[in-house]
Design a protein around this ligand. Structure first.
Ligand code: UDX
Length: 436
């Protein structure tokens, strides 16, 4: 079976490599020449554990190809996946420029029955727009080539993307015919060995499922952050509350960790887009609006705690441990660390940062406005406070006695609740976490 995947970003590249791994012939397409050249030479544009090996192995075995020209493979493939970006517009709605461009190229060039599957997260109703564009192009050519559109939203998590793709909880596919269903079933059959379910549904429901899933997860986080903030005021401990409620099977124990807010490329964007879809349809998504509001405030909670503890931030030296929006990725999109660093600089503090993989990304974003340490210990030399923003494994059991010796002050603000308050107190630190 041969397929093409347009867009070699996170979703496209991981999906392409994983489909190739189970024996499907995959051509990954991207308009970015440099990216494609790099990929042909085994240079991966993103940090994702295991992806380098997966890509190079499948390229070597001749199942994974890269090109800048979708038309070059259209006659050979049964399915074209569209995994291009849908960045938020100024008003928060998803910008469909690239999705539409793929539809146009598809309509201009197909010569036989092909399915265009949207993997990008797109608002409900996008499939209909895509069909209009393809029909326009087919009419302009004066031909009547059979085709179908489908929706196959992606649920993979950065840092665990390969595992998520190879053994997903479920695969959601929106289709319009039995013919398309059979093709999609064949494509995903290799993964069925892992006992997961393919859930077929209509296209609008599949499009909605993605937004509902991400918004539900974001809701859990904002809900717990709200509870955490109240815990602090009433003398409760959010970690105990989390354990207490997480054992209720109806609630479940996942995604209940309070912290310094969610970031990344999905939650903030999808939450905004769902609010905007509601607005376009004359409905106010009140819960999701609140989820966003709580998260926006939570992203600066570490900053507020630093200020409360240190009195003023002016001329204070602050070490930031962790820059990525979560561990196992170099992604800093919408990361809470950015909000904290910006606030610190504005208040006249000096900031030294350290992250195991996001240092280059940080340099690109913040340039010389902060200092870059070579490791987590160098970052804390002569600082007044440490702010932990990302719960990387290597931050979990630091040598506090060394840190105490080289720091100027003794404040530790733990934005991810990974340290033991009793231990830190014993070592002589002024320790503050979230929700306790
Ligand atoms: C998410 C979804 O999980 C995935 O299904 C979807 O396809 C894309 O969006 P991702 O953005 O990679 O994946 O990260 P995820 O692991 O879900 O974490 C998102 C954010 O929530 C991170 O900033 C993380 O720190 C935060 N988070 C997560 C919490 O603050 N508390 C939690 O309990 C869980």
């Amino acid at each position: 079976m041969k397929i093409a995947i347009v867009g070699t970003g996170y979703v496209g590249l991981v999906s392409g490599a994983c489909f190739a791994e189970v024996g499907i012939d995959v051509t990954c397409v991207d308009i970015d020449f440099r990216k494609i050249d790099n990929l042909k030479n085994g240079i991966i544009p993103i940090y994702e554990p295991g992806l380098d090996d997966l890509v190079s192995r499948n390229v070597k075995e001749g199942r994974l190809h890269f090109t800048t020209d979708l038309t070059s493979c259209l006659d050979d493939v049964e399915v074209v996946f569209s995994a291009v970006g849908t960045p938020p517009d100024e008003d928060g709605s998803a910008d469909l420029r690239y999705v539409k461009e793929v539809a146009r190229t598809f309509g201009r060039n197909i010569n036989k029955y092909t399915i265009l599957v949207t993997k990008s997260t797109v608002p409900v109703g996008t499939a209909a727009k895509i069909k209009n564009i393809i029909n326009e192009e087919l009419n302009a050519r004066g031909v009547d080539v059979p085709y179908e559109v489908a929706s196959n939203p992606e649920f993979l998590k950065e840092g665990a993307a390969i595992k998520d793709f190879m053994s997903p909880d479920r695969v959601v596919i929106g289709i319009e015919s039995d013919r398309a269903r059979k093709v999609m079933e064949r494509l995903y059959r290799p993964f069925l060995l892992n006992n997961f379910r393919v859930i077929f549904m209509d296209i609008a429901s599949a499009e909605m499922t993605k937004y509902a899933a991400n918004s539900m997860l974001a809701t859990r986080i904002s809900f717990m952050n709200d509870i955490a903030n109240l815990c602090e005021l009433v003398g409760a401990d959010v970690n105990m509350v989390r354990k207490g409620i997480g054992t209720d099977a109806r609630i479940g124990n996942k995604f209940l960790y309070a912290g310094c807010g969610y970031g990344g490329s999905c939650f903030p964007k999808d939450v905004k887009a769902l609010i905007s879809t509601g607005r376009e349809n004359g409905y106010r998504m009140r819960i999701i609006e609140a989820v966003e509001e709580v998260n926006d405030a939570q992203k600066s909670i570490v900053l507020r705690k630093l200020k409360n503890t240190l009195g003023t931030l002016k001329d204070k030296q602050i070490a930031i441990w962790g820059l990525a929006f979560k561990p196992e990725t170099d992604d800093m999109r919408e990361a809470p660390s950015l909000v904290v660093i910006e606030g610190l600089l504005k208040e006249g503090a000096e900031v030294t940062v350290y992250d195991p993989v996001s240092m280059d990304e940080c340099r690109r974003r913040l340039g010389d406005s902060v200092k870059y340490a070579r490791d987590m210990y160098e970052a804390v030399i002569d600082t007044d406070a440490i702010a932990l923003m990302t719960e990387w494994k290597q931050f979990r059991v630091p040598s506090w006695s060394i840190i105490k010796r080289v720091m100027r002050g003794n404040t530790v603000i733990d934005g991810r609740n990974i340290y033991d308050p009793a231990e830190l107190a014993e070592e002589g630190f002024e320790y503050h976490c979230i929700g306790k």
